[in-house]
Write a new protein. Structure first.
Length: 347
């Protein structure tokens, strides 16, 4: 059967040209108008709205002192002409920027009472605030003589985030937990544990510091930290009429004893063991047995939960968070006995 020339014809499509459906907008004009809306440099001062740079100054001011007698109020800002043009900034390796001056008002007041106050003095002055980069006609910036453009980047959502290292930081495979606080505006704060379970803090991913340093900077005292993070117990008591001291029987729970607890010369109430169950602690309390001076055995000595102050002289015998040692306990007992002897001799 003969093949006709029309059967070998292949339709070819040309994709090199596309029909123009809509006009391409001026993309550079979009960036220029957006930056102009941010600066509002051509808008009169009275007609500026609270957006862009105007809103930033409004959010920071007014600034008050701690006593509440002085207040710094934002009035307006003014953008001056740049010192060098675009071509000269490229040649000199400088930044194409304009000086910005801020008009502020300082209001000083005198407090008559806790509620009412009278204005003592008002001063208004224009202060040089710094320089802000300007956009060229091409929608770019000149930074140190180099032409650069602004690229949009992702912004981390503000909040608190918790994570761990999946056991890859230490050879033992221990999970080291960390937390990150991301504010809407300001420095990032990271909290992290090390393999010894010590809590550290980093500000803006810099050198790590103990977490207590940050808490002390926020105004927390040693007493506040001890009361909030640690459980305290009364481990020393005085027997009424006996003059003997020993730990509370309840303090024996969960702790190792250094020696046996005996009821009299022959009867033994509790053997030396890693822990003290509840029934044995009850029997020790009911029989009023003299307990050993150090009921627990730990890697670190106990610390004083609050300042130990002599009620007679007002002297601080031990400060809060100070290690409680046997030598310190003996010195306290020696001082009490010396005061009792001196008072009896006086009588």
């Amino acid at each position: 059967m003969p093949v006709s020339p029309a059967s070998n014809f292949r339709v070819r499509k040309n994709l090199g040209q596309v029909r123009k459906i809509i006009e391409v907008p001026n993309l550079i004009d979009i960036q220029k108008s957006s930056y102009e809306k941010f600066l509002q440099s051509t808008t009169p001062i009275r007609d500026r709205v609270d957006i862009g740079l105007q809103a930033v100054f409004r959010s920071v001011f007014p600034i008050k002192d701690f006593n509440g007698t002085s207040e710094l109020v934002f009035v307006s800002f003014n953008l001056e002409k740049p010192k060098y043009d675009v071509d000269e900034c490229r040649q000199r390796g400088m930044t194409f920027a304009a000086p910005i001056k801020v008009a502020t008002r300082l209001v000083s007041t005198t407090r008559a009472t806790a509620v009412t106050a009278s204005i003592r003095d008002v001063k208004e002055q224009e202060v040089y605030f710094g320089e802000i980069p300007l956009m060229t006609e091409n929608g770019t910036f000149i930074i140190n003589g180099t032409e650069r453009v602004v690229v949009s980047q992702l912004h981390r959502s503000p909040g608190a985030f918790f994570d761990h290292d999946k056991g890859k930081s230490h050879a033992s495979g221990k999970l080291l937990y960390n937390a990150r606080i991301i504010p809407y505006r300001g420095s990032w704060i990271d909290f992290e544990f090390d393999h010894k379970d010590i809590l550290y803090v980093r500000i803006d991913r810099r050198r790590k510091l103990p977490a207590t340093v940050l808490l002390r900077a926020l105004g927390y005292s040693t007493q506040d930290l001890v009361d909030y993070f640690y459980k305290t117990r009364d481990g020393v008591r005085r027997e009424a009429g006996s003059g003997r001291e020993g730990p509370e029987p309840g303090a024996l729970r969960g702790g190792a004893r250094s020696r046996d607890i005996k009821d009299g010369p022959a009867r033994r109430s509790s053997r030396r063991a890693p822990s003290s169950p509840r029934p044995r602690s009850r029997s020790v309390r009911e029989k009023k047995i003299d307990c050993p001076s150090r009921p627990t055995r730990s890697s670190s000595p106990p610390v004083v939960a609050e300042d130990v102050v002599d009620p007679e002289t007002g002297e601080v015998l031990a400060e809060c968070n100070e290690a409680l040692t046997e030598a310190g306990s003996r010195s306290w007992a020696r001082r009490r006995s010396s005061r009792s002897r001196s008072s009896s001799s006086t009588v």
